[in-house]
Write a protein that binds this ligand. Sequence first.
Ligand SMILES: [Zn+2]
Ligand SMILES: [Zn+2]
Length: 298
Amino acid sequence: MSESLDQDAAFSLLADDTRVRIIQELGRATASPETGIPELAYADLKSRVDIRDSGRFNYHLKKLVGNYVAKGSDGYRLRWPGMVLYRTLVAGLLTDHTDPAIDRFSVGTDCHRCGDPIEAHLYETLFRVRCDSCDSNYTDIYFPSHGLNDRNEEELLQAVHRRSRMIRDSMASGQCPWCASEVTAEVHAGDDSLPSLHDTRDLTAYAVYHCTDCTGFQYMPISQILLYHPITISFYYSHGEDLTAIPEWTLSWAVTDTMTTVLDTDPWRFSVQIELGDETLTVEIDGDLTITETAITP
Ligand SMILES: [Zn+2]
Ligand SMILES: [Zn+2]
């Protein structure tokens, strides 16, 4: 069987509501701290799925056993791919097509380019933190709609920051956060255009991380890669600050290239300066986005 036929078979398994409900009930049983049941007995699962026709229930359960569901001595449980599927359903990634209403709101930081307030808003499933006046896009990240529930604006911004950080940190460390493949790291010249049409920041150059297996893609100012590097995290820590908790859009040195000097263009070499308290961290970065020199000076 070819790979595409395997994938067709996998998707067709989910084309039926009963199968989706079986996955959901097995997932809920595993997630519930009250039950703590690793396996659901046949009768229990059938009653939770709420289906009377045994023949139909058996038919659909059988389709799932193998890749998504395991049959043990006490009943049924999700296998790892089934668990991933359950989590995807909970996140609302495959099923939730209604965009929750989130009014545009100010994040409390002025645009590093034009000085107008930076605002947050939801565009389809993308959460954006940007300046509408000058089209500087500081954060643009897929945020599962489930995570929008029950959070006030401040909690939501912190959650968006953490998610953006998790994804970019993974990319910058060389691993795709979606499919776990290796990602390529490159420097591209700004040339007055960035990969996103919604971002007109005038960057001389920017970093591109790209997964060729699943289309996973992130770009950022050269200096922003330092948000994820231990030298910068420890520099902040030595000044009593947790860099990982600071939203990227508040850090001018990270989201613009005002503190970046181009040392060479062929091959690319950059120097980035970060000032904190009475010290300056200077970092040199090469065309592979590798850090080659660091120095802390008073
Ligand atoms: Zn602006
Ligand atoms: Zn990937």
